[in-house]
Write a protein that binds this ligand. Sequence first.
Ligand code: F6R
Ligand code: ZN
Length: 188
Amino acid sequence: MLFPEGVLIDGVTGAVSPATGRYVKKLSTLRDLYETPPLVDAYLAEHGDVDAYEVVEYRPDGSDVCFGTTIMAPGRIGSEYFLTRGHYHARSDRGETYYTQSGEGLLLLHSRSGACSVLEMRAGVCAFIPPAWAHRSVNTGPGKLVFVWTCTSDAGHDYGEIATRGMRQRAVERDGRPTIVPNQNYRD
Ligand code: F6R
Ligand code: ZN
């Protein structure tokens, strides 16, 4: 039987207490997602293999819902901001919410029909991600980007399609400001 529980989330560090799991993504594992992978190699040579982001989960066994935090480091590869892998949910009838706690970022989304969207991520904005929309978050600020995500436990992840085809849009710095540009490498 499942029991109710209050879970403490620190909006600045992204700590979740109690948590049921966590993982860290190293920058080197994200190399080929960037527009210019050799620039990732140069970054790694200069800074080492930094933690690009961390995901902390509260996913009780047998529960239909789960939530957690994503904590993204700030940084850029050339002009492109640090990013998450990006994915569709394995179940195309499962959406999600991203509630930003601190920092600044952009949430890139697209659907298989080619519709694109970009949502601002800043403290207080709760982004609605409808089912069947691919989503990737990007840290455009000088500090950590921390957001709380909530979805159903059976949503799953489909990373393959984005890994192969890319997202339709990229977030880059132009004239000192975050700017959305088409992804030249996107495979239709
Ligand atoms: C879950 C979800 C988030 C992401 C996390 C890391 O459906 O959207 O928990 O998994 O922000 O991003 P990815 O999974 O794209 O590496
Ligand atoms: Zn998701």
